[in-house]
Write a protein that binds this ligand. Structure first.
Ligand code: 39S
Ligand code: MET
Ligand code: ZN
Length: 789
């Protein structure tokens, strides 16, 4: 029995990589210093895996920004606009990831998308017609040899060609047919080089296999792998899949000359059935993903040992106990959680603790398998082999009896929800008319998505308060000052619908988690979201309910400072769930509805406090859409959309409900988005070429829309012209009465200077549009921005 890890978090115990890269971006440290920090993290990661006894330790799971970008970069898939900057290798790489701007030049970043169903984002590489693909293996060989120098023969990870072709974007006339050969040749060149390296496996990661596959997809896979495997010689190749089961191709896969297969037994609900029904070749190795790489609850050893013994009954193949996916998606270690009570902590395993689980499971399964796979007998004997208090017994004690706290009041409220609680009345068009009269906004109203720059001082204020170095009053006064400035700034900029800026929030989900009963939090449990940006997902421990009003004071205060409309700002239930670590003892639907009731109370309180516009962000709704179409509605959308409707159904017709999604690849689920029945939705569109607009039109989308007019993930300032042109393009596809003007997401990661400049250009572009398109308001009145009373 062996153990393996698909990939390890790379941010460092105290997010050293984040801080070093950001310093490098600010030109505070040199390239060499950044490389040293990275190397220290890599060393620590490799050694801790080695010390825990992991048999297959990965390299090339490290990245300065993203592995997909690394792959493209190593194949010289670098669009001309970045090459033309004539920067050094590292800066060209970062220019692709973040965009580039100096006195004379300005280039946008490559698009960023969610990595399958996770909150991690990859950089979408672009192949242009004249891209000349060639291999640069420097990073790869360095990582392998570095591991060798620490006495490790690593497994070399690489995103496989099938997944690469599925995710890369062709920007010119030429497509897959033209680039199939050159890309494959680059993979083959790398395979040649790997043959002389000291590695255990080449692990080709093919998560794209867990989605629905067409016959063309399967042909593509076949073409690729027949070629690759014919050239592997003695190099051992592992086909690593994750994020689900490979039901559409399992049987075919077994025919290929892979040396090992990595299958996901956690998210792959059908993986076991397929192995059972179709077998697994005894001369291959099965990397069995049984330690959850996405959630933080301890592994139930009994369940895992049962699975291993069952697998052992089915196949004589060698089994390697693996994580279900990369550990990139969980925090690094519980050791840093000094404030978290043992009572909670003992139920969790972060990346370091998961290493221990792998090692323990390896030892236990060796003992168990000695008993000829009779699990009951083995477990009885295990109890006598090991001391009673020992590993297995202790592990089982964590699962005996109820762990998560139950709140009968929450249960009762949920039980009393009626079907009509999911419907807001009157219907959309009637509400729209009322709202137009009440709000009296100009055409193409301008607004922002909620947060304003979280500057050093804003974070420092929060930190001082947390550490008890300032009192609540000082802390709150600081935030009030920030809000005052923010409102004043927005008035000066002449924005139409204002926001309070979210200065009281560390993160839009963690903040709500902190104010809800049933949640617990961590101090240092960071997970990478993109590049240097991390999140600290709160943990759902028990039934969730609202302790008290959460945002009402801040929103009312903001509202009192201006005559313009201020939007109340909340996070929706689906997003709170998707960006938390969920329980595993009740359904997602139940957790979401608990959250929905809590946020519903907050919406009604905001309305009662005089807020006429309330935004409920569902930024992560699209993210967790099941990877298989057949599961979209039954497994997810049916309850997710309803739960949003439960939040909003109690408001008055004149209250305008906005929602926001930062990830807009929802072309196929537009009717579901419309069925959320919000009055206005803003979404990311600037990095995805506005394709979504055609789909909206085709589907007769009723909700008013604010397709983001510029990309906030990059520090680059968009010009008025650029925004105006984007708006003109939008207007050619959308009903002019339904167009809002806004950035594509919140401004929290941006600097103040670039924010002011960008918003100034945004307002200027909207005004230009009003001038050129003329007044279109239904009642023909000159619009005013002043609140009606
Ligand atoms: N949960 C979540 N997922 C999301 C998003 C999101 O907003 N939230 N947005 C999309 C894009 N992803 C994003 C993920 C992270 C960040 C982000 O800004 N993260 C911040 C951390 C935000 C935070 O929680 N900050 C805390 C802790 C800040 C901190 O590190 N404090 C330092 C000191 C201050 C400093 O030097 O920064 C310390 O304690 O030592 C706070 O403000 O209180 C970061 O990595 O820098 C933005 C977008 C998709 N997924
Ligand atoms: C990641 S979506 C962000 C929405 C939130 N209201 C903000 O502006 O930051
Ligand atoms: Zn967003």
């Amino acid at each position: 029995m062996n153990s393996a890890v698909i990939g390890f978090p790379r941010i460092g115990k105290n997010r050293e990589l984040k801080f070093a890269t950001e310093k490098y971006f600010r030109k505070e440290i040199s390239k060499e210093e950044l490389i040293i920090t990275a190397k220290e993290i890599r060393k620590e990661n490799l050694l801790c895996q080695k010390e825990t006894g992991i048999d297959y330790i990965s390299v090339n799971d490290f990245s300065f920004y993203d592995n997909f970008l690394d792959l493209a970069f190593s194949f010289n898939i670098i669009p001309e606009r970045y090459k033309k900057l004539s920067l050094n290798k590292m800066d060209t790489y970062f220019a692709m990831a973040r965009g580039f701007e100096d006195e004379t030049r300005s280039v946008k970043a490559l698009a960023m998308k969610k990595w399958f169903n996770t909150n991690y984002h990859y950089i979408v590489a672009e192949i242009e017609d004249d891209t000349c693909i060639s291999l640069d293996s420097e990073k790869y060989l360095e990582e392998i040899q570095f591991a060798n120098s620490l006495g490790i023969t690593p497994k070399f990870n690489l995103i496989g060609p099938y997944t690469f072709f599925k995710l890369v974007r062709f920007t010119g006339e030429k497509g897959l047919e033209s680039f199939y050969e050159p890309v494959l040749k680059a993979y083959l060149d790398l395979i040649e080089e790997l043959k002389s390296q000291d590695i255990s496996y080449l692990s080709l990661e093919e998560p794209a296999l867990v989605a629905d596959l067409t016959s063309e997809d399967k042909d593509l896979f076949e073409n690729i792998y027949t070629r690759l495997l014919a050239n592997k010689d003695k190099l051992k190749v592992l086909l690593q899949t994750y994020f689900g089961d490979v039901r559409d191709i399992y049987v075919d896969l077994l025919k290929y000359d892979f040396d090992a297969y990595g299958l996901d037994f956690v998210e792959g609900v059908k993986t076991f059935d397929y192995v059972k029904n179709y077998g697994f070749p005894k001369n291959k190795t099965l990397f069995a993903g049984i330690v959850n790489g996405k959630n933080i609850w301890k592994n139930n050893y009994k369940t895992s040992l049962e699975l291993i013994t069952n697998l052992h009954k089915i196949t004589e193949a060698k089994i390697v106990i693996n994580t279900s996916c990369s550990l990139l998606h969980v925090p690094l270690t519980l050791e840093s959680e000094t404030d978290l009570a043992f009572e909670y902590k003992r139920h969790f395993a972060f990346a370091y603790e998961k290493l221990k689980e792998l090692a323990e499971l390896k030892n236990l399964s060796e003992l168990v398998l000695k008993e000829n796979a009779d699990l009951d007998l083995a477990l009885t004997n295990l109890n006598s082999v090991l001391n009673k208090k020992d590993i297995f017994v202790y592990n089982q004690s964590l699962f005996n009896g109820r762990v998560n706290s139950v709140n009968p009041k929450v249960k009762e409220r949920l039980a009393n929800i009626k079907e009509e609680d999911f419907t807001r009345l009157p219907e959309f068009n009637e509400r729209a008319k009322i709202q137009r009269e009440v709000l009296n906004l100009p055409d193409f109203p301008t607004t922002t998505i909620g947060s304003f720059p979280q500057t050093k001082e804003v974070r420092e204020n929060r930190k001082l308060y947390r550490q008890g170095l300032i009192n609540e009053e000082t802390y709150k006064n600081f935030i009030k000052e920030k809000i005052k400035d923010c409102i004043k700034l927005q008035e000066e900029l002449d924005l139409d619908v204002l926001v309070h800026g979210e200065f009281e929030r560390n993160d839009m989900v963690e903040y709500f988690g902190e104010h809800l009963d049933g949640y617990i939090f961590t101090k240092n449990a960071w997970v990478q979201s993109y590049g240097s940006r991390c999140v600290k997902p709160p943990i759902i421990w028990g039934d969730v309910s609202r302790k008290e009003a959460i945002t009402v004071d801040w929103s009312s205060y903001s509202n009192s400072l201006t005559n313009r409309e201020v939007k109340g700002m909340l996070t929706g239930p689906v997003t709170i769930l998707n960006w938390s670590f969920p329980r595993e003892d009740i359904t997602k639907e139940e957790m979401t509805n608990q959250l929905a009731l809590a946020i519903r109370d907050e919406v009604l309180d905001l309305e009662a406090a005089g807020l006429k516009i309330i935004q409920i962000d569902e930024a992560a709704l699209r993210e967790k859409l099941p990877l298989r179409k057949s599961d979209w509605y039954s497994e997810y959308l049916d309850w997710a959309i309803k739960s949003f409707r439960l939040v909003t159904s109690g408001v008055k017709p004149e209250t305008q409900i906005h929602t926001h999604m930062c990830y807009s690849e929802f072309n196929d689920i537009i009717p579901a988005i419309d069925a959320m029945d919000a009055d206005v939705i803003s979404f990311e569109a600037s990095r995805s070429d506005l394709v979504i607009l055609d789909a909206l039109r085709k589907n007769n989308f009723k909700t008013a829309v604010g397709p983001g007019v510029y990309d906030i993930h990059s520090p680059r300032v968009p010009s008025t012209d650029e925004i105006f042109n984007a708006l003109k393009k939008m207007l050619s596809k959308l009903d002019s009465k339904k167009l809002w003007v806004n950035p594509d997401c919140g401004l929290k990661t941006r600097g103040e200077k670039e924010t002011v400049e960008s918003l100034r250009n945004l307002v200027a572009a909207a005004k230009l549009l009003r001038e050129t398109e003329g007044q279109i308001a239904e009642d023909g009145q000159k619009s005013s921005k002043v609140k009606s009373v």
